[in-house]
Design a protein around this ligand. Structure first.
Ligand code: GLU
Length: 438
């Protein structure tokens, strides 16, 4: 069974880029009948908060994603300690005592000699005596994973065959001086323990993957399939990660965007499919394939998302909105949906149909409107009543085209644009029409 995970750090809310990762994982799970695990990467206990975690859960739920399981790294430190001790005993995790300054000086010396800035493994050469002396001085080690120093390969499900020579990498620090874990090791342990079959994440993790494959193998785990998607850029071509604002899922929700507009946009951006609105996940799931994702960075433009939101609403079936439109009918929705960009725009059209409007009548149209008023057909009205009426007005006044229709629209709605009057008129009713035309 396919098991995927989305692993945000609850040190902030998620933005459209993270949401895209979540959605791709969700599509993978849906496509394969697999499970989606939400894993909070909260090893940084100082910066992680419950509020952010709750917010992320709400964002995920709003996007229609239902995790089969929720896990917290902060609840698993005992497990990480157990594995770290095993790696220490096997000599794969070794203590290093350099301070940040010392490491910096080493790097500068390497740079000066045009050597790659790779950690020199001085920690590996420490004798028991050296360590005892350093410990006696009260210095605390951080712990590095001894890389095999080989070419790690995998067949990335998006990027194709990958080769990373780990001799070009520094042995990664997995445990800090204070005993806390960097993300690298807990992530591997969790992926193994939770049976993750596919890791779908941003390409900023490609190099981590080489390291994580080595760690997985050192732990005797089964290496999952990896798929690294390209990152989103803004309309200006710059990366998104450092800016949140209107890009956060929370703000999209507050701004009245439809979740399926966000989902459709995020799921189809950077794929070989056209970006188009999908009313629910089924179509996206049916068309989903990782190899449709391009390796090139995908451009996210808020304006395109807004346009997609409008398109989604223009075709949205009544069943998908009725719970959010109190006190109106399906006929009303079908009449106005082509004229909303955000669902909240329905209020405007509701006022036009049933509330107060200020009719607009130009001086030269007064007599025309007065005459049209006398020609309003008797109720009951349906969508043919508008034609019946305007045919009569046309015959009586000789007006046609815009000079016929626009003054009627302005008088009835106070606006020069809007849904078809054939639809609006029966919703308005004769009494309201009579009043506005007077
Ligand atoms: N917490 C990591 C991140 O947000 C997860 C990366 C991963 O999926 O392994 O970048």
């Amino acid at each position: 069974m396919t098991i995927v995970r989305f692993a945000p750090s609850p040190t902030g809310r998620i933005h459209i880029g993270n949401a895209r990762t979540a959605i791709l994982n969700w599509l993978m799970a849906q496509k394969t009948g697999g499970a989606f695990v939400l894993r909070y990467d909260d090893t940084d206990t100082a910066r992680s908060t419950q509020d952010f975690a709750d917010g992320i859960a709400a964002d995920i739920a709003w996007l229609g994603i239902v995790p089969a399981r929720v896990e917290w790294q902060s609840k698993r430190f005992g497990r990480y300690d157990e594995i770290a001790n095993r790696l220490r005993a096997e000599g794969r995790l070794y203590p290093c005592y350099e301070t940040a300054d010392e490491l910096d000086r080493k790097r500068k010396r390497q740079e000066a000699r045009k050597l790659p800035p790779v950690y020199d493994r001085a920690g590996l050469k420490l004798t028991g005596e050296d360590r005892a002396r350093l410990d006696a001085e009260g210095r605390k080690p951080h712990w590095r994973f001894r890389l095999d120093g080989r070419v790690v390969t995998w067949n990335d499900l998006i990027r194709g065959p990958q080769h990373i020579d780990t001799t070009t990498l520094s042995d990664p620090v997995l445990v800090r001086e204070d005993g806390t874990y960097l993300y690298t090791l807990p992530s591997v342990i969790d992926d193994i323990d939770f049976g993750i079959t596919h890791v779908i994440r941003g390409e900023d993790h490609v190099v981590n993957t080489a390291v994580q494959i080595e760690i997985t193998e050192a732990l005797g785990g089964k290496v999952p399939d990896y798929a690294h998607h390209s990152l989103l850029t803004g309309a200006d071509g710059k990366g998104l990660s450092k800016r949140l604002g209107s890009l956060s899922i929370a703000s999209m929700r507050e701004n009245g965007l439809e979740p399926m507009a966000v989902v459709s946009h995020a799921a189809l951006l950077g794929t070989s499919d056209n970006i188009h609105p999908c009313q629910d996940y089924s179509e996206l799931v049916a068309g989903f394939a990782l190899d449709k994702l391009s390796r090139a960075p995908a451009r996210f433009d808020e304006k395109e998302l807004l346009a997609l939101n409008a398109k989604l609403l223009h075709h949205m079936p009544w069943d998908n909105v009725k719970d959010r439109l109190p006190g109106v009918t399906e006929a009303f929705w079908l009449a106005i949906r082509g004229n909303v960009e955000k669902l909240s725009d329905w209020h405007l059209w509701h006022r036009v149909v049933a509330g107060e409007v200020a009719p607009v009548v130009a001086e030269e149209d007064r007599a025309f409107i007065a005459e049209a008023r006398t020609l309003l057909p008797p109720e009951p009205w349906d969508t043919t009543s508008w034609k019946t009426w305007t045919d009569a007005v046309k015959a009586a006044t000789g007006r046609k085209g815009k000079p016929l229709f626009m003054p009627l629209r302005l008088a009835l709605t106070g606006l020069d644009h809007g849904p078809e009057l054939a639809q609006l008129l029966p919703l308005m009713g004769r009494e309201t029409a009579l009043e506005r035309l007077s």
